[in-house]
Design a protein around this ligand. Structure first.
Ligand SMILES: [Zn+2]
Length: 98
């Protein structure tokens, strides 16, 4: 009998812990980038710190964490997910030829 091909489970990065385990990070920016008094400051909070405050199981999609900008006091924040730039790629630089 031929076994059906089983698809592997998709990678789900749903929680702060998932982000950390996947080598990604959540950056928080002040949302007052527009208007008469633009700010746009990046908050001094790392993903690990957010996870410590709100739990590694906290879902970050669509969530508004109770944080505020230290410069303008705004609680209107923007969250951006990105790769951790400190990760060293396994493959070499394809443009760096000896
Ligand atoms: Zn601000």
């Amino acid at each position: 009998m031929i076994e059906p091909i089983r698809k592997t489970s998709p990678i789900v990065i749903e929680t702060l812990g998932d982000l950390i385990n996947s080598g990604m990070r959540l950056s928080v920016y002040c949302g007052q980038a527009l208007g008469p008094h633009p700010c746009g400051r990046r908050l001094d909070v790392e993903t690990v710190e957010i996870a410590r405050l709100f739990g590694r199981d906290a879902v970050y999609v669509g969530r508004e964490f109770p944080l505020k900008c230290a410069r303008c006091g705004s609680r209107k924040l923007e969250y951006r997910v990105g790769a951790d730039p400190t990760i060293v790629p396994m493959a070499g630089d394809p443009f760096n030829r000896p």
